[in-house]
Design a protein around this ligand. Sequence first.
Ligand code: F0G
Length: 353
Amino acid sequence: MTWKGLLSEYREFLPVNENTPLLTLHEGNTPLIHLASLSEELGINLHVKFDGANPTGSFKDRGMVMAVAKAKEEGSKTVVCASTGNTSAAAAAYAARAGLRCIVVIPNGKIAMGKLAQAVMYGAEIIAIDGNFDEALKMVRKLSETTPLTLVNSVNPYRIEGQKTAAFEVCDALGVAPDVLAIPVGNAGNITAYWKGFNEYNDKKNTGLPRMHGFEAEGAAAIVQNKVIEQPETVATAIRIGNPASWNFAVEAAENSNGKIDYVTDEEILEAYHLIAKREGVFAEPASAASVAGVIKDLKAGKIKKGETVVAVLTGNGLKDPNVAIESNNFIPTVLPNDEEEVFQYIQGVVAS
Ligand code: F0G
């Protein structure tokens, strides 16, 4: 049967009523991929929730379909968001589909090329500021108090409602919740949403609760350091955030689940990013790889035990950020003349080596 998208499939768990448009790009139902080779090496049962398979290539589609449908239901004409890239891509796509205007405010030069291309293609009004995500978010939050537009950042509760469906899918795929859910943390909306989703599913279906292990990037580790980072920096631009809006909810999720919020370095992020692509054929964007990097760190520290079932959330598709992919591989193409003999000789050399 055709997957009808989140608002139809999870209607009973969502604030959907007879006036809510059943907006969809057929988001959700993303694969939970077992990483057999890494599981064996690490001595755990490791899966990744590949939310890069969503229509705009990130988990943001889950929350955005809900938030934009509600904006439409309420008669709003314009949605607005601050973004490190993925939120703007999803907002622009769903706004286009719902016939709403979309305005996005982004940190100039600090969003990955694929994400910018999406916002442009879907026809958003794009404003780039010489500031970071936190500053952009502060502006749009304030603006939305006095201007007739709907804020669709994750401080909009409908975003969290939509995003919690990923936890349902993880439980459905495994039959129960995993022992540990590892997840990147930026503005901390997604860890909040997963924890809500696991709890609601457990209440209804007795699926159990995981320990929530959230990972910030070292240069943007506000929650870990328990202080606002004024100038966050990381290769993982999606989580280059120094003052997460859902800070308290993230701490609650970690504490109430017997989990924790930790950080991973850019080096660890890039290592995990390459590892899952080259070993398992899974290409996620750098911020997403923070979850896998965190799992490896936790195993070394004994915070994940051998034999445990772990789900690492891969929040965005690797194609979002082609520049980091090319540059971090130091890729230079092997250029040969258009000559059969030379090309054969070269490739035969590769095969024999
Ligand atoms: N991974 C990716 C790929 C993201 O784009 C984000 C956030 C996160 C992880 C962190 O999720 O904020 O819920 O803790 N991106 C936002 C954006 C900030 O504007 O696209 P979070």
